[in-house]
Design a protein around this ligand. Structure first.
Ligand SMILES: [Zn+2]
Length: 71
């Protein structure tokens, strides 16, 4: 596993706990990751796109959709 991949996985774990977390760019440590969630598979899963706001490095992960907030 490359150091960059390990940092992407760490970023994913951090953002899974707190979507608003500020995460440094795993590729170059030059900017912050922007998160965009795209629902798929009938809203049971999301594709989470993470993009660096500085160099444009990006990655995507398929993950379980967050539970809707209780009302
Ligand atoms: Zn970057």
């Amino acid at each position: 596993m490359t150091p960059e991949l390990k940092r992407w996985i760490d970023a994913l774990k951090t953002l899974a706990v707190d979507r608003e977390a500020r995460v440094r760019c795993p590729e170059r440590d030059d900017g912050w990751l922007t998160v965009i969630d795209v629902p798929c598979y009938g809203d049971t899963k999301i594709e989470r796109y993470m993009t660096c706001d500085s160099c444009g490095a990006r990655n995507v992960a398929l993950m379980a959709a967050p539970k809707p907030p209780k009302t």
